[in-house]
Design a protein around this ligand. Structure first.
Ligand SMILES: NC(=O)c1ccc[n+]([C@@H]2O[C@H](COP(=O)([O-])OP(=O)(O)OC[C@H]3O[C@@H](n4cnc5c(N)ncnc54)[C@H](OP(=O)(O)O)[C@@H]3O)[C@@H](O)[C@H]2O)c1
Length: 257
């Protein structure tokens, strides 16, 4: 792997922290973004011990002017080769609610969709001028399913997936690559908070090893664990009416009650 300047959002936990550890090698400069000071500092110590150079920036990604200012300033200081927009907010709808609380829905849309889309647009202009760079979006396999238990989450990830695909086509001629990562269930605080079962669960470090290896090979879409790529392909063959019935029944099961 050639030395790189790598930005990771949501580095203070789960998949983002595991990606930071995976990229923490001598010669790499890591820009780790998140909010939780304690977890970011502990991670920074681990990454420095592995020989990486470190820069930590703490702020709320839903503050879009801070996001754009920080991104512009970081990229001017050290041009970013690889930007991983990983931060996200998850969670299923509480059973006693009809729909999502509007403030919670707004935060989810801001963090899962708007922040990566704004950040990627700003960075793509700069990377295109340099004629190189890779932008990675961490979406979800939830993008492929109209989940009644998490409609806002599924919607933000579906929007992000389509944006990533369109951006990929658009940026190709400028030498900028785009990768979409679609995790299934990865063992992190986010998935641990779900009451539903977590089939084919994979550890965060194992997922990060697969993701970094495939990014290095230039993959455009990474589904991890792989079983979810098979499930997605099979589900695409199922008639819509059957899919809707199954998902409706699933959302009525009393998981965790
Ligand atoms: N785990 C899974 O099974 C799974 C499955 C599908 C997709 N994904 C996706 O994978 C990505 C990482 O998830 P994870 O499982 O690693 O979750 P996680 O352990 O809960 O970590 C989420 C990260 O996002 C950051 N974040 C959330 N809101 C933020 C905000 N407003 N401003 C700045 N940072 C914010 C958190 O920072 P702080 O903690 O510092 O606030 C944290 O570092 C997400 O996009 C998620 O949707 C995960």
């Amino acid at each position: 792997m050639t030395a790189k300047t790598i930005l990771i959002t949501g580095a203070s936990s789960g998949i983002g922290a595991a990606l930071a550890r995976a990229y923490a090698v001598p010669g790499n400069r890591l820009m780790l973004w998140g909010r939780n000071e304690e977890r970011l500092n502990a991670l920074a110590e681990q990454c420095r011990a592995r020989g990486a150079e470190l820069e930590i920036v703490r702020f709320d990604l839903a503050d879009f002017s801070q996001l754009l200012d920080n991104l512009g300033a970081s990229d001017t200081r050290n041009p970013i080769d690889l930007a991983i927009f990983n931060a996200g907010l998850g969670g299923s709808l509480p059973r006693d609610r009809v729909a999502q609380d509007v403030h919670a829905a707004q935060r989810m849309v801001n963090v899962n969709f708007t922040a990566p889309v704004l950040g990627a647009n700003l960075l793509a202009e700069r990377m295109a001028k340099r004629g190189q760079g890779r932008i990675v979006f961490v979406g979800s396999v939830a993008a492929s399913f109209p989940l009644p238990m998490a409609p806002v989450y599924a919607g933000t990830k579906a929007g992000l997936a389509l944006f990533a695909e369109a951006f990929q086509l658009r940026l190709e001629k400028y030498g900028v690559d785009v990768t979409l990562v679609s995790p299934g269930f990865v063992d992190t605080p986010m998935s641990r908070s779900l009451s539903e079962p977590r089939p084919f669960l994979i550890g965060a470090d194992a997922a990060a090893a697969i993701i970094t290896r495939k990014i290095e090979r230039g993959a455009r879409h990474i589904v991890v664990p792989w079983q979810f790529a098979v499930i997605r392909a099979l589900v695409n063959m199922v008639p819509g009416v059957i899919m809707r019935t199954v998902l409706t029944q699933l959302s009525r099961l009393p998981f965790g009650e």
